[in-house]
Design a protein around this ligand. Structure first.
Ligand code: SF4
Length: 903
């Protein structure tokens, strides 16, 4: 029954139309197609209510539509004489503070208007000037940052930037100073480039006026299309909206409805796309003649490779690329196995998360993340082990910070005081290289303190009794002298993790790149089993995969002991399945891992290598890689840039970047997502899958594929966990494998009822000191290596973008006490020596590291970070021990020639 106001219980009269009162009045207006301006509202952040532009008359009262529940009122009017007068007044007040010329200067783009055109709204309200005293900022403008421009003449004090910075990124860069009409946005005293901004762009996305803008956008022509694709930097796998004008990328935004990143990005995914049109791009094949790499035709280059690989069949190897698509990785391993008669194929998972796969496989039967990134929001405790998440996986790092701000407990295991460690409830700051000791101690404390989920242990695991006996002597007290972590802190962390309702783990390369890396991961699995934290929402063991498609490269079989979908070549039935599809025999015995490829080359057993998109001379232990590549008869490198590895090749093939081809990537939560071509490759460069098809055809194995979707169809025939994957089904947000049938929805959580092993098996792991510690005499510091926010791995893409302005060199983080002993000041050039080699960097004094430890990134080839690394490998997975190297440091004095790594 209608009441006097036109509404009634459960209904709302909205400008005379009856609607369901769901959400806020603003939601109801938008559902009803009523365009109500709201400058301080954005669905990415919480309710605002600051700008008052969305005021409406609700049952006769003025209320802000964006913060008022629709069900609280019966009649809402959005356009009345009183509202019109009010809006005109509001608009004039805004114009007294903001410059009409600056408002909305950067608003709008093809198909996806980003900024509400505030200036247009004000015109619609009839505001072409102001009756109020003009009180503009006087034009505080900032052009110090390579990616962001600030023009406070256009600021309307809506606070969206501040809220996005805090509520999405958790960074707290902005503040408002002053009161009333003197209120101003600020980021501190100095230039914006020196603020705490991490250039995620969240503020730019929500700014309704363009007061904070992307340089990309200001410089851009209007885009003529938007292509949705997946980021090619880290394994988070953020969705990208790539704005393209002609054949150039103009700017990149996060895909708002992608469940991985929900519109958020980091400084790499959002801004570091300039590499695609960098003049250093390889644009034509190169063939070595008379000792020099010279331009050649595709026919000549392919012929040269086919002749040599054909002659050396069985003594060749391939290193595939985690930067390339699933389809391309599938082709590389198919070429080696079915075409070259060898399982000698590996990928960079070997040098990052192979220990995760090996460790988790031993305990659970599957070596991949058990849960989804969305589970971070559901966890009530997050254990962050060996990952500097806010720098290495920034969008996940921001999500963890938000979870902590909402009240989730945070326990961090890391030798460095990372950003997350700084806000954690407990930071277990262990001595580098003591993971196994610490995790045994934590498990021991869980058992002793009685925080074990005995139902889960009884029903879903094996070996608990023996494990509990093993742990009895490995208490926090017994190990604290070696780990450096006070026993009571370990016990506190154990109690918190064991008694949380939904404890979730994430871990990174700080766990894996050790002599006992795989075993350390097995101990993380043990913790989850003790807590019963598997097979349900908000929990799990979740490796943060390094490269964008390292999960996919491993899934596709780019490893010497497992084929596509983790098929064991030693299993007759598995081999037959592949042989039927590939119509070729496949060898039975496994091939060589990367470190063993180098060894086989030195021994003369391996003659030729094909390396796809990997600068191993910089990213692998350099001394071993140099020896291995130097011993080969023939090296082929398929690349975007003339990397140091490419410079050593006999043939160089110019490939395409992720912006220039179609395919799929699989992120760290097993989500297979589409990669879509946005622009053409430069010059004669070609999509890598096409080059691989040409190579396979030239070596006697023609492939029928006309598009990567057809390659995915074949992948589904050999890999049961991909059987239900098609490009159509990957729309709009991908699928998480396993997807065993065409109607299977994908698998967000593994092991919900059982493990592939039936029951998960507790692992008793005895600590064994790394052999690298035998070299510590005369090298008083333990060096940890890793990534920084602005760069990615060997840096061949990020160094060719303005990110290099944000971080122009590799820095050595060193404790002030150690720096003083070595005679180093902040910013000094520093020479770092290990028993295995030497590097040169810039000293940065920092208490993020403890005395006796240091940290160095490896993004600049001139630094030579991986020349320092030893040849020690993880005992189960052959991953190099990047995380512990004994070093000593000294000022790198002298000429630039003596210190070639210095900027
Ligand atoms: Fe790309 Fe990773 Fe940054 Fe996301 S977090 S934008 S995937 S680099």
């Amino acid at each position: 029954m209608k009441d006097d106001h036109g509404g009634g219980p459960g209904v709302l009269s909205l400008d005379g139309k009856t609607v369901a009162p769901r959400g806020t009045i603003l939601d109801a207006c938008r559902s009803a197609g009523i365009a109500l301006p709201s400058f301080c509202y954005d669905e990415k952040v919480g309710q605002g209510g600051h700008c008052r532009a969305c005021l409406v008359e609700a049952d006769g009262r003025f209320v802000a539509a964006c913060t008022t529940a629709a069900e609280a009122y019966r009649e809402v009017l959005t356009d009345t004489p009183a509202l019109r007068a009010y809006r005109r007044d509001l608009g004039e007040l805004m114009l007294s503070e903001a410059d009409p010329g600056a408002l909305g200067r950067t608003g709008g783009s093809v198909g996806v208007p980003r900024h509400t055109a505030v200036a247009q709204v004000l015109r619609d309200w009839g505001c072409d000037g102001t009756r109020y005293a003009v009180n503009r900022d006087g034009g505080r403008k900032d052009e110090s940052h390579p990616y962001l421009r600030i023009d406070l003449d256009a600021c309307i004090r809506c606070r969206l930037c501040l809220r996005a910075c805090e509520e999405i990124q958790g960074q707290f860069v902005y503040a408002f100073e002053g009161r009333g009409r003197t209120t101003r946005l600020t980021w501190g005293e100095g230039p914006f480039a020196e603020s705490d901004c991490v250039a995620c762009g969240a503020c730019v996305d929500v700014c309704p006026t363009g007061a904070i803008s992307d340089v990309d956008r200001l410089a851009a022509l209007p885009a003529d299309r938007v292509v949705q694709t997946t980021c090619s930097y880290c394994g988070v796998g953020c969705g990208l909206d790539v704005h393209v004008a002609g054949d150039r990328v103009q700017e990149i935004e996060g895909t708002r409805d992608n469940p991985v990143n929900r519109g958020h990005l980091c400084v790499k995914g959002r801004y570091a796309h300039g590499f695609a049109r960098h003049p250093d791009r390889l644009t034509t094949p190169l063939v070595r003649r008379d000792g020099e790499l010279r331009p050649a035709s595709w026919e000549e280059a392919i012929r040269r490779i086919a002749e040599t690989f054909g002659r050396l069949r069985g003594r060749v190897a391939a290193l595939s690329s985690s930067r390339c698509t699933n389809e391309e990785n599938y082709l590389v391993q198919k070429w080696m196995r079915a075409g070259m008669g060898t399982h000698n194929v590996d990928c960079c998972a070997r040098v990052c998360h192979a220990p995760t796969a090996a460790g988790m496989r031993r305990v659970f039967g599957t070596g991949a993340a058990t849960n989804s990134l969305a589970d971070i929001d559901r966890a009530d405790l997050i254990l962050v082990a060996g990952t500097n998440t806010t720098e290495a996986h920034p969008v996940v790092g921001a999500r963890v910070k938000q979870a902590a701000l909402r009240g989730a407990a945070l326990v961090v295991i890391d030798p460095r005081r990372t950003e997350l460690a700084g806000v954690a409830d407990v930071h277990l700051q262990l001595r580098a290289g003591s993971n196994v000791l610490l995790l045994n101690a934590m498990a021991s404390a869980m058992v002793e303190e009685g925080v074990v989920n005995h139902d889960f242990v009884r029903e879903r695991t094996t070996g608990f009794v023996e494990y509990a006996r093993f742990l009895a002597e490995r208490t926090p007290e017994a190990t604290e002298a070696l780990t450096g972590v006070p026993a009571e802190l370990v016990r506190r962390a154990a109690r918190m993790y064991g008694s949380a309702r939904r404890p979730l783990q994430i871990h990174g390369l700080g766990m894996t790149e050790h002599y006992q890396g795989s075993e350390g991961v097995m101990l993380l699995c043990n913790l989850a089993m003790l807590a019963g934290a598997l097979g349900r929402e908000g929990v799990g063991v979740n490796p943060l995969r390094g490269q964008n498609n390292v999960q996919g490269a491993a899934d596709m079989g780019c490893q010497p002991h497992l084929m596509t979908g983790y098929g064991d070549p030693g299993d007759d039935a598995v081999r037959r399945r592949f042989e039927e599809v590939w119509e070729r025999p496949i060898p039975e015995s496994p091939g060589l891992t990367i470190p063993r490829m180098y060894g086989a080359a030195v021994a003369g057993d391996l003659k030729a290598m094909f390396i796809l998109g990997e600068d191993v001379l910089q990213s692998d232990p350099t001394n071993d890689a140099e020896a291995g590549l130097g011993a080969l008869d023939f090296l082929v490198v398929q690349e975007l840039f003339p990397t140091r590895t490419a410079e050593r090749a006999d043939v160089v093939l110019p490939g395409a970047s992720f912006l220039e081809k179609d395919g799929t990537f699989t992120n760290g939560e097993r989500r297979i997502q589409r990669v879509r071509k946005a622009i053409d490759p430069p010059g004669d460069a070609r999509p890598d899958w096409r080059i691989l098809c040409d190579l396979m055809a030239a070596t006697g194995m023609p492939q029928p594929f006309r598009h990567p979707r057809e390659i995915m169809a074949e992948i589904g025939r050999v890999a049961p966990s991909f059987a239900g994957v098609t490009y159509e089904r990957l729309e709009p947000n991908g699928l998480q494998w396993p997807v065993p049938t065409p109607d299977h929805p994908g698998t967000a959580i593994l092991h919900d009822t059982s493990f592939p092993l039936g029951r998960a098996a507790f692992a008793c792991v005895e600590y064994e000191p790394s052999p690298v510690f035998e070299h510590e005499a005369g090298y008083p510091l333990r060096l940890i290596t890793g990534r920084v926010l602005e760069h990615y791995n060997c840096g061949s893409m990020t160094r060719r973008s303005p990110n290099v302005l944000l971080r122009p060199a590799d820095d050595l983080e060193i404790h002030p006490a150690d720096a003083e002993s070595a005679g180093l000041k902040d910013g000094d050039p520093v020479r770092v020596r290990s028993p295995f080699g030497e590097a040169v960097a810039v000293a940065r004094l920092s208490e993020r590291v403890t005395p006796g430890e240091a940290f160095l990134s490896f993004h600049f080839p001139e630094t030579g970070t991986n020349r320092l690394t030893s040849s020690v490998l993880d005992r189960l997975a052959d991953c190099p021990e990047y995380k512990v190297t004994p070093v000593r440091v000294a000022p790198a004095q002298g000429s630039a020639e003596e210190s070639p790594g210095l900027p």
